[in-house]
Design a protein around this ligand. Structure first.
Ligand code: COA
Length: 250
């Protein structure tokens, strides 16, 4: 049985595909369904426009959240990204530009990542006075190891595609114009494999990390706590006002 490759575009290019609540709801409903009606057997997620895969959660929506609201938003994002990671079809992230914050976390939830040479990766949340809340503190360690992951999480530094490849964050780097062809090539290979075997591999790989569950809960709780600080209010306000934040440690 040979189905189609379904291409899912993150489509908010004017905001660098920043993930707002509408996009989260759409991702949730997409990955909650079996999508049998499309007869797809592989999915590619990419970003619309030249600049970004996704530049993070929508900072304008994060500003002003209470601690409880932030924790629940974090859990919601984590659950949606886990649905992606646990989806029965292989999912390739074709990372065409910025994959920052929630965008990097979404890329990490995909099963295979291919980056354009123009892509940039990072978890810059600490610069806003917050921590990653959609699984970034867990999946970055799983993919590249504790040492480098902790450095990237603590500095908020961005890395380019070559460095992401060197660290094992992405599987391949291509020229931007070859990105979708390369993704289709890998999809085509998997399409010739047994569909039940593919979903068995996905389940088994995820099982290896099943004890990580506590880490996700801890991340969401900490996200909620840090989100109620003055520093986070200042960090998000400074982004919206296009200036550097002045943190007080409060
Ligand atoms: N949330 C909401 N809006 C965002 C956004 C985000 N995460 N990232 C970018 N945007 C918006 C900008 O506000 C801007 O909108 P405007 O034209 O209405 O002012 C538009 O997207 C273009 O972004 P801009 O900052 O002008 O592009 P740039 O090329 O100068 O910089 C980035 C690109 C990615 C370096 C910069 O947008 C950025 O730092 N984004 C936030 C990254 C981040 O901290 N993500 C983690 C969030 S938790």
């Amino acid at each position: 049985m040979r189905g189609e490759v379904l291409i899912l575009n993150l489509n908010r290019p004017d905001a660098l595909n920043a993930l707002n609540s509408t996009m989260f709801d759409e991702l949730d409903s997409f990955f909650s369904s079996e999508y049998k009606e499309y007869d797809a057997n592989c999915i590619i997620i990419t970003g619309k426009g030249e600049k970004a895969f996704a530049a993070g959660a929508d900072i304008k929506e994060l500003h002003g959240l209470s601690s409880a609201q932030a924790e629940s938003l974090s859990r919601k994002g984590q659950i949606i990204f886990s649905k992606i990671e646990e989806f029965h079809l292989p999912i390739i992230g074709a990372i065409n530009g910025f994959a920052l914050g929630g965008g990097c976390e979404l890329a990490m939830a995909c099963h295979i990542r291919i980056a354009s040479s123009k892509a940039k990766f990072g978890q810059p949340e600490v610069g806003l006075g917050i921590i990653p809340g959609y699984g970034g503190t867990q999946r970055l360690i799983q993919l590249i190891g504790k040492g480098k992951a902790t450095e990237l999480l603590l500095t908020g530094d961005l890395i380019n595609a070559e460095e992401a490849h060197r660290l094992g964050l992405v599987n391949y780097v291509t020229e931007p114009e070859q990105l979708m062809d390369r993704a289709m090539e890998i999809a085509a290979k998997m399409q010739t494999r047994g569909p039940l075997a593919l979903s068995g591999v996905i389940r088994s790989v995820n099982q290896y990390f099943s004890s990580a569950h506590e880490g996700y809960l801890f991340e969401a709780k900490t996200f909620g706590e840090v989100a109620s600080t003055e520093d986070f209010a200042e960090g998000t306000k400074a982004f919206i006002e296009k200036r550097k934040p002045v943190f007080q440690g409060k």
